[in-house]
Design a binder for this molecule. Structure first.
Ligand code: X90
Length: 272
């Protein structure tokens, strides 16, 4: 009766959530962000490719086919300020509800991506398990979103800048040796830069301190990493050194997040 769908920027690998792929590609090759995606192959290919590379969001048909024949659909999209995914999902919703007047779709603009989307998906599942009805869940999710956040820690902003998602000036800073760009998903779902710590250790200290500043107090954390499992693990240890009972999950990023967060990138979704 209920179905949860999310676009692949969520990095969710859980059979209870249907993932709708974005794609990453060049003029010559396309990587679909699905189960058969191989991160090493894409990173290797892109590092040797000299031309332009970019991404594309799901079409409304892709969302529609993910809805299947569910009566109630919860649909989670990457921030509408950086991608057309949310807009495609809205079109799919209108078509679905028009074709099947007894069915309903709740489209959620995550104003974020990665782990923050997964937190939303987990919350929806909890509310479904508690037996809440569709409209109540939609309303409670809107409330829940007020207390979920996303921090990012990136070594390079090149692909973001080349695709118009951050300024060239911001990207330039990231080319300075060993600097990390720590920032957050802003209230309107854009990248907001916070600071430029040097090296992983300082970056992790900065991340934990920002998490606390934005209300973190031992709740759920989902760390997405782009070929940076060790960094994700040290950050997780640091968080646990202050919040022993923190519920921390580490995820490998899929194609979309790996393309934009790039090698060494961390995306930290957490509850405030
Ligand atoms: O529609 C498309 O082609 C997708 C475009 C997505 C562009 C941005 C993806 C960002 C991925 C980078 C750092 C965290 C961003 C914070 C979000 C507000 C991850």
């Amino acid at each position: 009766m209920y179905k949860i769908v999310a676009d692949s920027s969520s990095n969710i690998k859980n059979s209870a959530v249907v993932s709708v792929p974005l794609t990453v590609g060049t003029d010559e090759r396309e990587f679909v962000d699905n189960d058969s995606f191989n991160v090493h192959e894409m990173v290797e290919y892109l590092s040797n490719y000299k031309g332009r590379s970019g991404s594309a969001c799901p079409a409304s048909e892709d969302w529609l086919s993910a809805f299947g024949d569910a009566q109630y659909v919860f649909c989670i999209a990457i921030t509408s300020n950086l991608s057309g995914s949310y807009n495609s999902a809205r079109i799919a919703k209108d078509e679905y509800e028009e074709t099947y007047p007894d069915r309903k779709v709740c489209v959620i603009d995550s104003l974020s991506t990665a782990g923050e989307m997964e937190l939303i998906a987990k919350k929806i599942q909890e509310l479904i398990d508690e037996g809440k009805d569709f409209d109540t869940i939609c309303a409670e999710i809107a409330e829940y979103q007020k207390k979920t956040h996303l921090l990012f820690c990136l070594k390079s902003l090149t692909n973001l800048a080349n695709n118009g998602r951050v300024s060239a000036a911001a990207a330039k800073i990231s080319s300075i040796l060993n600097l990390r760009i720590v920032g957050k998903a802003s209230d309107v779902g854009t990248l907001e830069m916070l600071s430029k710590p040097r090296g992983d250790k300082n970056a992790h200290i900065e991340i934990l301190s920002r998490m606390k500043e934005f209300g973190y107090n031992g709740g759920k954390v989902i760390i997405g990493h782009c070929l940076a499992l060790d960094a994700a693990k040290s950050l997780s240890e640091l968080i646990k050194s202050e919040f022993a009972n923190a519920k921390i999950k580490i995820n490998e990023c899929g194609a979309l997040c790996t393309f934009y967060a790039e090698n060494g990138g961390l995306l930290i979704g957490y509850e405030g």
